[in-house]
Design a protein around this ligand. Structure first.
Ligand SMILES: [Zn+2]
Length: 118
């Protein structure tokens, strides 16, 4: 069984760490604090997030997108299923990379196909 609560916590922590690298003002830091458990809902919070996203490089942005997608899938019960082949992603992989969207074989296949640059 996957421990959804632990995975959610891990994902949220990872996301916060990524944003922390580019947080500069007090408002940014306050936003990071408030984002620990709750989803971004308020308008002001969203603006702060957009500003922080702007400062992140492509790699970090891609990571945050992957984390957000994983969090969404956790909420909708689709977490842990490979987005490409639909099979269950091995638990050991999810523990190592909680935001993984694909199983190892599919990720490698994607990488060999077309190197997507964001
Ligand atoms: Zn797969």
């Amino acid at each position: 069984m996957l421990r959804v609560d632990n995975i959610r916590k891990q994902l949220i922590t990872q996301r916060r760490e990524l944003f922390r690298e580019v947080a500069k003002t007090e408002e940014d830091l306050r936003w990071l604090q408030s984002d620990i458990e709750s989803e971004v809902e308020e308008r002001g919070q969203e603006e702060t997030m957009v500003r922080l996203l702007d400062r992140l490089d492509g790699r970090a942005k891609a990571e945050i997108e992957a984390i957000d997608r994983a969090l969404f899938k956790l909420g909708s019960g689709q977490y842990g299923r490979c987005e490409r082949c639909g099979r269950a992603v091995p638990q050991s992989r999810l523990e190592a990379v909680p935001a993984a969207a694909m199983c190892m074989a599919c990720e490698q296949a994607e990488e060999n196909q077309a190197p997507l640059r964001k």
